[in-house]
Design a protein around this ligand. Structure first.
Ligand code: DGT
Length: 148
């Protein structure tokens, strides 16, 4: 097999996981959660969300994840950002949605801890590599400047 054929085969066989995450805002702050122990990326700060189940529309998946993780009934807004990242054998596609409205107060049902933070603080937090490399676009989507 030629090099190109091998490459094409690898691309076709790559394992992709679609993920949805939400930007929940409270004034200038955004909600982040610390990933639990016994999960990949334990202790890192992420936007609430998770994997899309087979055949599930992304907005439905995010509403389900926000219910499971935070105990809220959320109205999913605009798609703000999409990014891909490779964790070696697994690739993820993350869709970030704006979430402006919800019923209930977010509770840490899944995360070690939840925090409302100014987005600029993400620079100093331990966050998933997928988010780190997209931070300038995340800031843009959240309408904040890169901190000096
Ligand atoms: P895992 O990864 O097998 O331990 O399973 P879960 O249930 O902890 O992972 P889950 O459902 O949160 O899947 C989200 C995947 O996307 C996970 O590999 C982490 C990655 N990810 C990267 N950035 C973010 C983010 O901002 N929010 C969320 N929710 N996931 C993110």
């Amino acid at each position: 097999m030629s090099d190109t054929a091998v490459k094409k085969t690898r691309i076709r066989k790559a394992h992709w996981i679609p993920v949805v995450a939400g930007f929940l805002r409270k004034g200038p702050q955004v909600l982040v959660g610390q990933r639990p122990e016994n999960h990949s990326l334990a202790g890192q700060w992420e936007f609430p969300g998770g994997k899309i189940e087979s055949g599930e529309p992304p907005e439905v998946a995010l509403a389900r994840e926000l219910d499971e993780e935070l105990g809220i009934e959320a109205e999913i807004g605009e798609l703000k950002l999409a990014c891909t990242h490779s964790y070696g054998d697994v690739n993820i596609l993350i869709l970030f949605y704006e979430v402006k409205y919800w019923k209930g107060e977010p509770k840490a049902k899944h995360h070690l801890m939840l925090e409302w933070i100014h987005p600029e603080e993400l620079v100093h937090r331990s966050i998933p590599e997928a988010n780190r490399k997209m931070l300038n676009r995340i800031f843009q989507a959240l309408g904040v400047q890169w901190p000096r």
